[in-house]
Design a protein around this ligand. Structure first.
Ligand code: RUQ
Ligand code: CUA
Length: 655
């Protein structure tokens, strides 16, 4: 069996290599996918000054961030810093935003962001927030769609490889986090080879308040499998959450072979409503935990970190009827629920077929106790009893599925490099289109909701090869836009993405753009070191710390001549942008500062620290070309010797 599996693996691998060879194997015209033959260009053309119809929030993968695109144009509109320091705005460098990157491991300047998901009301995307998970140092972030800034990051304790995250329930009651790498729970020093039966796979349910605030509600103590992806139930299955697992073998080494031994792994079905009720009634136990909770406040323009020290741990065996396993072939990856909530699609990544479970059949099987065994005392449902159908010969290496709201599903096949359209209920394949190349995720706006907007589909491809002008060994990943409004999918556009997209979330622009904030109001600025007018500017010495209350307005800093600073001082430049017009940021950069510039939005205050090491007169300047006199927007700091007695002095135009 083991040998057979390695043979299968090798065959897959060679197929994969050929599939990625830069030559497509579907016989269609490689360069255009037939797009030239139609009026594709017209259909993606957004005339100068016009706006796109959809926002797409595309994960940045190993960039740690989230990028915002317009569809159908494929134009990148913004990169929102989330889990990584971002010198473009000073995120993670400014004193106000450094706390956003605090964790129980200390300051972590980088993350691996995967799966954005838009908040929902009644099962529809509502345009309030985007959540996104961090895989490496487990965290979930919440980004406001009013400010397009990261407002909150919560660390997930006892987790490792936070991959089956950050998907939200129908009314954004919860956002989930499941551990992809099973680990000792709680962490402890133990031999790796004793993993089996001793490592665990905690699934964390984070409650989301009306204001968006996240709070860890409970952690489900699950067997030590790898929890890969997840999606919430909706409609009738609202109240349940589904998680794919792999490595149910619990192998701790050479997983490419050892974790592919079982013919079937599981989809874990979790009745979170039941568990919520159990916890509300005092169920579960308090367990020590250490995790950072970072919240950014828009009135103080400042983030703070609070450390959490407890979580409620729930033993699933103690909550009758709350957790079941549905056997699912071939190390499933994607775990996708259709708009009705009836079908749960398991994408067995080493398979050619797709397994679709039925929610109503699952309930019946549970009622009939139609079990074929148990895994760590959790009932395993009879495969044939929950099976709704199988999509046969869809392709090779299915990864993810989305839905168009018209009864069709679309699945990406990584190995055979294609997007395949099939019909829910009859399971027949309706269409297939090549992707260039090796597609991972795909996205239909609202595709993870009750009401998808099935006009476009974006495929996010892992390999770029020859699609664009070569840029050395490192290429940006490619994405493709398909029109899915007709019977056949039509490839319209190629566009590069940033980092490695692992999913995206789309929403019609109408639901977001009217709420998009234009400025921060100065009269609402509660930053502790703000100077909201030029007569509030000053310098204050506290020992070696010097606080500079500075303002910017087109086209000068106030003050712009600073004296009395000494070598060995720590200078805090608190810069407030007095502008109250849309799209007039100012920047601040100080020679030799061991950090990034600041980019300060109208009405905002940001702080950078400078520790001058040499005597002299040192310039600073505005980094954003803000006006015709931007080049004049500069100033000087005089730095005297350690023992100088020069008093602090700050002036603008001699005053
Ligand atoms: S996962 S394809 Cu996070 Cu599928 Cu990337
Ligand atoms: Cu302010 Cu340039």
């Amino acid at each position: 069996m083991k040998k057979l599996n390695s043979i299968l693996f090798l065959t897959m691998l060679s197929l994969l290599i050929t599939a990625c060879g830069g030559e497509n194997n579907n016989g269609t015209d490689k360069a255009t996918g037939g797009a030239m033959a139609s009026n594709a260009a017209e259909r993606v053309y957004v005339a100068p000054g016009e706006h796109d119809e959809f926002y797409a929030f595309i994960s940045g993968g190993y960039s740690g961030n989230l990028t915002v695109y317009g569809l159908p144009s494929g134009r990148m509109l913004k990169e929102i810093p989330v889990f990584s320091q971002f010198p473009t705005s000073g995120y993670g460098y400014s004193e106000e935003t450094k706390p956003m990157l605090m964790t129980s491991h200390g300051f972590v300047p980088w993350g691996d962001s995967h799966h954005p998901d838009i908040s929902q009301t009644n099962g529809e995307t509502d345009g309030r927030w985007v959540f996104i998970n961090e895989n490496n140092t487990p965290r979930i972030a919440r980004i406001s769609l009013e400010t397009f800034e990261t407002e909150e990051i919560i660390e997930i304790p006892h987790s490792a490889g936070n991959h089956s995250s950050s998907f939200v329930t129908e009314n954004t009651e919860y956002v989930v986090a499941g551990t992809r790498f099973s680990v000792p729970y709680p962490q402890k020093d133990m031999p790796i080879e004793d993993m089996k039966g001793n490592f665990k796979g905690p699934l964390t349910f984070i409650a989301v308040g009306d204001d968006g605030r996240m709070k860890i509600d409970f952690q489900l103590d699950m067997p030590g499998f790898n929890y890969d992806l997840s999606h919430p139930g909706r409609g009738d299955s609202h109240g349940w959450f589904f998680f794919t697992t792999y490595n149910t073998e619990e192998a701790h080494t050479m997983q490419e072979v050892n974790a592919s031994q079982n013919d079937k792994d599981f989809i874990a079905a979790v009745n979170w409503k039941k568990i919520q009720e159990y916890v509300r009634n005092g169920g579960g136990e308090q367990m020590d935990a250490e995790y950072a909770h970072n919240v950014y406040d828009h009135s103080t323009h400042t983030a703070t970190t609070t450390m959490g020290n407890k979580v409620t741990r729930v033993d699933p065996r103690k909550v009758e009827g709350a957790v079941f396993f549905m056997p699912t072939p071939k190390s499933p990856h994607g775990c996708d629920v259709d708009p009705s909530g009836e079908y749960i699609v398991g994408n067995g990544k080493l398979s050619t077929d797709l397994t679709v479970h039925s929610f109503s059949k699952m309930l019946k099987a549970i009622e009939n106790k139609d079990f074929t065994g148990e895994a760590y005392d959790i009932p395993i449902l009879n495969f044939d009893s929950t099976l709704a159908g199988t999509v046969k010969e869809g392709g090779l290496g299915p990864l993810h599925t989305e839905f168009d709201g018209k009864g069709n599903a679309y699945t990406t096949f990584f190995i055979s490099s294609e997007v395949v359209k099939w019909k829910l209920g009859t399971w027949e394949v309706l269409d297939r289109q090549p992707s260039y190349y090796s597609v991972g995720h795909l996205m239909i706006p609202g595709g993870n909701s009750r009401n998808p907007e099935g006009k476009y589909l974006v495929s996010m491809n892992k390999i770029t090869k020859d699609r664009y002008l070569p840029t050395g060994p490192e290429l940006e990943h490619s994405a493709q836009l398909y029109d899915i409004s007709g019977e056949k999918m039509e490839l319209l556009l190629d566009f590069p993405t940033h980092g490695e997209p692992h999913y995206a979330a789309g929403i019609s622009a109408e639901k977001v753009k009217a709420n998009s904030r234009k400025i921060y109001r100065l009269d609402e600025n509660k930053h502790a070191f703000a100077a909201t007018s030029e007569d509030q500017t000053k310098m204050v010495r506290e020992g070696n710390n010097v606080h500079v209350y500075m303002t910017t307005v087109r086209s000068h800093f106030s003050p712009d001549n600073l004296e009395g600073i000494k070598v060995g001082d720590k200078v805090f430049f608190h810069v407030t942008n007095l502008e109250q017009d849309f799209d007039v940021p100012h920047g601040f950069a100080m020679i030799g500062a061991n950090t990034s510039e600041l980019l300060i939005m109208p009405g905002q205050t940001k702080t950078v620290i400078w520790e001058p090491k040499k005597e002299g007169v040192w310039p600073f300047y505005c980094t954003d070309f803000c006006s015709a006199l931007h080049q004049e927007m500069q100033g000087y700091v005089r730095v005297s010797g350690k023992n100088s007695n020069l008093p602090l002095k700050w002036t603008l135009d001699g005053e």
